[in-house]
Design a protein around this ligand. Structure first.
Ligand code: S3P
Length: 442
């Protein structure tokens, strides 16, 4: 039985990816542009904003706290900053849908406000762990209630007096780091966060870009309250996490040559390129440049025979969102690919180790999940019906698998593709994937 609301992707086997395109804007940077733009003095003009549901949830939450925001209109957003102390109490709970980034970053920021607030989300988000932020925030003096098992909703009491801490993160998480830094804008003394391995640093870069003093040394980021954010212009590059599906698709299918334009190349995000290159992929970085404090380049990818690899653990945080796509690459590679040190994948929008292993197995690939990773043996995709479990990145990864399948691949529960990649079906179709979207019950 299918739900009449269910979105199904039906992808015919074969095809090749060819031409050039620009995938939508970076999700992490788009969230932060709204948040910091709202807290800044003056106006912030954003271009290339990701009009996906996750970032729109952040935008709506700030509107609900009294921030005037125009757009989005073709990726342009205009935020009239209210300053660090200008947010107003929202009328009801702030529902951030599927977006873990909105919830975890806003938990920190809202801990420092004078008013009470509640953060909630959809079925997937309300199963995800929040103690990783609520515990260190409580140590700073924040008063946050969660469900008994540490999941949302988060009820945040206003008026708490925050005190800076020196926090060593037990896990490599940019969301935790960013949450504490945003709370640190309101805390007495200094807030320092040390990470066990480098994670995406968009928050630090954007704070500095807005004129806020942030100190960085040896994996540690520190700031003090008392500064001001100055609004400005933000050009959001294309999201390397969305480009990832095309990097994999054009590597595994025969006769492909695809240029992806204006892709964000922040070194804390480029693990996907390093891993694919280790596997033998043919990816060229063209025209590297810097746009508003973030490195950007065009990527030229051509078909290449891939080989299985042991994924170096230090690359895991630098490719954390790209593993569903990498697993599809591994399934098309010669030999075995082994991933370890990636238990974080079990608490993403779905349990990405389990869900990908099940789907790959359905499609005729030997995939053995392990507690902190997976072992995939390269083989031949048959075809069949897989379930994305509402996980956008799983859905788009299996869509690319069809390029090397023998029969059609049908992917269930795909509505959440819109959280990060609005227009995926159209763009992938234009580039050469034989893909169609169907509503359930059809
Ligand atoms: C994000 C950080 C990552 C990533 C998520 C976006 C961010 O999560 O998976 O999609 O924008 O800070 P973790 O920091 O929890 O690994």
């Amino acid at each position: 039985m299918t739900d009449p609301q269910e979105v199904i992707l039906q992808v015919e086997p074969g095809g090749r990816l060819h031409g050039q395109c620009r995938v939508p804007g970076d999700k992490s940077i788009s969230h932060r542009a709204i948040m910091l733009g709202a807290l800044a003095e003056g106006e912030t003009r954003i271009t290339g904003f990701l009009e996906g549901e996750d970032c729109l949830a952040t935008l709506k939450a700030f509107r609900a706290m009294g921030v005037e925001i125009d757009g989005p209109e073709k990726g342009q957003v205009h935020v009239r900053g209210v300053g660090l102390h200008g947010l107003k109490a929202p009328e009801g709970a702030l529902d951030v849908g599927n977006s873990g980034t909105s919830m975890r970053l806003m938990a920190g920021l809202l801990s420092g406000q004078a008013f009470d607030s509640t953060l909630t989300g959809d079925a997937s988000l309300t199963r995800r762990p929040m103690r990783r932020v609520t515990e260190p925030l409580a140590r700073m003096g924040a008063r946050i209630r969660t469900s008994d098992d540490g999941t949302p909703p988060l009820c945040i009491e206003g008026g708490a007096l925050l005190q800076g801490i020196d926090y060593r993160m037990p896990i490599a998480s940019a969301q935790v780091k960013s949450s504490l830094l945003l709370a640190g804008l309101y805390a007495q003394g200094q807030t320092c966060v040390t990470e066990p391995a480098p994670t995406r640093d968009h928050t630090e870069r954007m704070l500095a870009g807005f004129g806020y003093r942030v100190q960085r040394h040896d994996g540690c980021v520190c700031l003090r309250r008392g500064g001001q954010l100055q609004g400005g212009v933000i050009d959001v590059p294309a999201d390397i996490s969305s480009a990832a599906f095309f990097l994999v698709g054009a590597s595994i299918a025969p006769d492909c040559e695809l240029r992806l334009e204006h892709v964000g190349m922040n070194p804390t995000r480029t693990g996907i390129i390093d891993i694919l290159k280790l596997m033998g992929a043919d990816i060229q970085v063209e025209n590297p440049r810097e746009v508003g404090g973030e490195p950007v380049a065009d990527l030229l990818v051509r078909s290449a025979p891939l080989r299985g690899v042991r994924i170096p653990p230090e690359l895991v945080p630098l490719a954390i969102d790209e593993f569903p796509a990498l697993f599809v690459a591994a399934a098309c590679a010669q030999g075995e690919t082994v991933l370890t040190d990636a238990e974080e994948l079990r608490v993403k929008e779905s349990d990405r180790i389990q869900v990908m292993a099940e789907g790959l197995t359905t499609l005729g690939i030997r995939a053995r999940p392990t507690p902190d990773g997976i072992v995939i043996e390269g083989g031949q995709f048959t075809g069949g019906t897989v379930d994305s479990h509402g996980d956008h990145r799983v859905a788009m990864s299996f869509a690319m698998a069809a390029l090397r399948a023998q029969t059609p691949i049908r992917i269930r529960h795909c509505a959440n593709v819109n959280t990060s990649f609005p227009g995926f079906v159209q763009l992938a179709g234009r580039m050469g994937l034989n893909i169609q979207q169907q509503e359930g019950g059809a």
